[in-house]
Structures are given as C-alpha cells and as structure tokens.
Design a protein around this ligand. Structure first.
Ligand SMILES: Cc1cc2nc3c(=O)[nH]c(=O)nc-3n(C[C@H](O)[C@H](O)[C@H](O)COP(=O)(O)OP(=O)(O)OC[C@H]3O[C@@H](n4cnc5c(N)ncnc54)[C@H](O)[C@@H]3O)c2cc1C
Length: 287
C-alpha cells in the first residue's frame, strides 16, 4: 500500500527538531530509519501529516565510552553497532542481539533510537536495555531529562516520551569484567520478530550466581524485567531445580497476545525455554 500524503522536514540540529515537533503538534512524528514507521504508514496504521527526519543531525550519531558507561547516539544504526569494536568489547550482548534483528537491509537503516522509542513489544532492544540498566536521554521543549529504560515503557506503543520530545542518546553501564550474557530468541524465520526472547546478564563467584538480570521480549504488551526469576537464581549454582523454578517465575509474569506466532500457552511455554537457555549459556560463558 502507499502511505497517505505528508510534509517532509529535515532539521539540522536537535533544537530545530524539537521546535518543529512542538509547533507541528500531534500530527508530526520523528523519522529515524523508517523501518517501523514507514511500514505502519503503508498499512495506514499511522498517518502523520508531518515527518521530521533526524538524519541531518550529526549530534545524534556515535558510540563513546565514558568511564564505566557507553553512550550511543539515537541515530546510530544497528549495522554501526555491529561494526563497533567498543560495543564488541564492552557490551557483547548488544552485538549478539543486534545480529538477531531482521536482516542486513533492515539493520543498515534501522536505528537503536527508533528501536527503543517505537514502543513495539516485538522490538528486541527495549528488554535488553532494561536488563543492562540503561537510561535514555530525552530532550524537548522543557529541556533534557534522563529516564531509566525500566520506567520508559507504559503500554504497547505508549512510552514516557512527552509531546515534542525526542530520544537523543542511550547510556549503558558496562557490565563487570568476566560477566556472562546471552540473548535467546525464538523466531519462525530470519527476518521475523520474536515469538519469545530472553536476555540474561549475570556474574558468578565460586561457582554460584552473584548477580543476575533477566529481560523478556514480546511476551507482554511491554518489555519485562523478570525480577523474581533473577532473584531465585542468585546464590545458586543454577542446578536443574533452580532453572525450572526461575523459568516458572518468568512464565508467571508473561501475558503475550495470541497471534500468527502461536497461542498464548505456546508463547509462554517457549518464553520459559528461552529463559532456561539464556541462563545456562550465560553461566557457561563465565567458566
Ligand atoms: C522486515 C522487518 C523485520 C524486522 N524485524 C525486527 C526484529 O526482529 N526485531 C526488532 O527489534 N526490530 C525489527 N524490525 C524493526 C526495525 O528494527 C526498525 O528499524 C526499528 O524498530 C525502528 O527503528 P527505525 O530507526 O527504523 O525507526 P523509525 O521506523 O523511523 O521510527 C519508529 C518509531 O519511533 C519514533 N522515533 C524514531 N526515532 C526517534 C527518536 N530518536 N526519538 C523519538 N522518537 C523516535 C518514530 O516517530 C516512530 O514512531 C524489523 C523491521 C522490518 C521491516
């Protein structure tokens, strides 16, 4: 299908983008890689009158290590994440997850900012950002603010972004040296969104889990942190009984929609399996 008509704007600075979005109001949307927004417009699920293209804003690009955090500009593409030595070194789970998104064509255009700001429960980066304890810098007509990823998602396609605000960068604490990590994603085929996926970041000490965070993708209307499941594994050696309890605790908070990827019970069941696999693989990496 062909999208409805719209006016195109290409500001050169964050300040100009905010001015445009504020003055054009509800009918204006930021455009990043366009690989979620344009398909929605083609399906007429979104019909913005104005697109504010962020590609002309150099300040929204780049990956920088600053002490114990990595800062990523919102317009950094998924391909650029994969090509970055800093990401491979400091945040290998981000590299692993980006590689599981769609296909090279989508990753050349799709941005990390668009992926996390979109609010689609099927996007892979939001649950990962929650698992890593990331925060988002939002800039708008009333200035700048930081929102932690775990407080950003309010419902399917509803986020903490206020009118006129854009997400300008993401700040991620670098996990401890020697940490274990895994992003396990079940999808029907290459290029599909997750039927269910789980992110795990953990540390081990003396054969026992010392710290753990677990995030879940596409098993609820928002990404989830499985805090009870993570609590259950801390202090254990991840024996089979503990793995089973942790998977059950994660499944208990899942509420996926029944869709072409399967009925609710199936998606919860495979969600539990993704948690078990991610925990097991993350722990094995620390040995
Ligand atoms: C065939 C196909 C398969 C895909 N499979 C997956 C997959 O498996 N996993 C996955 O995670 N994604 C998948 N995607 C989506 C892809 O990763 C998108 O690129 C991503 O979701 C959105 O990023 P974008 O840069 O394209 O954003 P856009 O499509 O340009 O924007 C998405 C939304 O975010 C808003 N927005 C964008 N940037 C900002 C900003 N800086 N501040 C505020 N609001 C902003 C826009 O207004 C829009 O509402 C797939 C896409 C396609 C076409």
């Amino acid at each position: 299908m062909i999208p409805g008509s719209f006016s195109y704007h290409r500001p050169a600075s964050v300040a100009d983008a905010i001015k445009l979005l504020s003055s054009l109001g509800d009918e204006a949307r930021p455009l990043a890689g366009g690989h979620s927004l344009i398909p929605m417009m083609k399906l007429r699920l979104a019909s913005p009158d104005h697109l504010v293209d962020l590609h002309g804003i150099a300040a929204l690009k780049g990956i920088h290590r600053d002490g114990d955090r990595v800062s990523i500009g919102a317009m950094t593409t998924q391909h650029e994440l994969l090509a970055s030595d800093e990401i491979a070194r400091s945040l290998p789970i981000l590299h692993e997850t980006a590689l599981l998104i769609a296909d090279p064509q989508v990753r050349y255009m799709g941005t990390i900012g668009g992926n996390v700001a979109n609010g689609d429960p099927g996007n892979d980066m939001p649950a990962l950002m929650m698992t890593l304890g990331a925060s988002y810098r939002l800039e708008g007509p009333n200035g700048a603010r930081e929102v932690v990823a775990s407080e950003f998602y309010q419902g399917a396609y509803f986020t903490a972004l206020e009118p006129g605000e854009i997400l300008t960068s993401i700040s991620i604490p670098v996990p401890a040296a020697g940490h274990g990590y895994a992003y396990e994603k079940l999808k029907r085929k290459i290029g599909d969104y997750a039927t269910a996926a789980a992110a795990v970041v953990l540390t081990m000490s003396g054969g026992k889990v010392a710290s753990c965070a677990i995030g879940l993708t596409n098993v609820h209307e928002t990404p989830l942190l499985a805090t009870e499941a993570a609590r259950l594994v801390v202090g254990t050696s991840l024996d089979p009984a503990t793995l089973k309890q942790a998977a059950a605790a994660a499944v208990a908070i899942m509420a996926p929609a029944a869709d072409a990827r399967g009925p609710v019970e199936y998606r919860k069941h495979v969600g539990g399996i993704m948690v078990t696999r991610a925990l097991t693989r993350a722990a094995a990496l620390t040995k």
